[in-house]
Design a binder for this molecule. Structure first.
Ligand SMILES: O=C(O)COP(=O)(O)O
Ligand SMILES: [Mg+2]
Length: 222
């Protein structure tokens, strides 16, 4: 049980939404524009979690050395952004018990923030399309602040926005990024096991617990 919690900071990709199929489509359309063959969804998903720029470098590094990646980076990012925005949310689905979990957290009187490494221009229309937007008092994307997760900056900004001490706030996410950011901020942290976590087992991540769904997270918080 996590006591004296007043707010939750919830991750987006791999925690609320299974966006893997959106990443798969958009990355492979970008690769086709650059004359590259398609990658498997699992390959792409293992590169998700540290923002669009990192994803572009990783999916180009399958074919190119460091110089080759940098030469094609701008073109790849522009192509990817266009393709992602064109299909944003068309293939992504809510994980089980997400809406129920958000409702339960709200019913406990918690304030909710979403902190994602997804660019804010992708995150906002996606959250709106999936009915997530109305639950959140604050939403930060990977480019909303000078630093993104695993840096604690966006989590500390939420604590300041809510006038709360970090220890009164729990972060809930699918990856070591979320846990590292929370630990560095001094927030509590719960992980969900069904997301991406860079292809690594979530059990190796230092957190305050692993919960099967967001509804189970709500039951662990008081
Ligand atoms: O787009 C990403 O890199 C991952 O975003 P997340 O922080 O919502 O998991
Ligand atoms: Mg995530």
């Amino acid at each position: 049980m996590l006591d004296n919690i007043k707010a939750a900071i919830i991750d987006l990709d791999g925690t609320m939404l299974d966006t893997a199929p959106d990443f798969h489509v958009a990355v492979n359309r970008m690769r086709a524009d650059l004359g590259l063959g398609p990658l498997a969804m699992q390959t792409i998903v293992n590169f998700v979690g540290k923002g669009s720029e990192n994803l572009m470098r990783r999916v180009l590094a399958v074919d190119y050395d460091e110089d080759g990646v940098e030469q094609r980076f701008e073109e790849a990012l522009a192509s990817y952004q266009e393709h992602y925005l064109a299909i944003n949310g068309d293939y992504a689905t809510l994980y089980p018990n997400v809406i129920e979990g958000l409702q339960a957290l709200k019913a406990k009187g918690l304030r909710l923030a979403c902190v994602t490494n997804k660019p804010i221009a992708f995150a906002l229309p996606l959250m709106d399309k999936k009915g997530l937007y109305p639950f959140f008092d604050v939403i930060y994307g990977g480019d909303s602040l000078p630093k993104k997760k695993p840096d604690p900056m966006p989590l500390l900004q939420v604590c300041a926005d809510f006038s709360l001490q970090p220890v009164q706030v729990v972060a809930i996410g699918d990856s070591s990024n979320d846990a590292q950011a929370a630990r560095a901020a001094g927030c509590r942290v719960l992980n969900v096991p069904y997301g991406y976590n860079h292809g690594e087992p979530i059990h190796n991540v230092d957190s305050d617990g692993i919960v099967p769904t967001l509804l189970d997270a709500a039951h662990q918080i008081s």
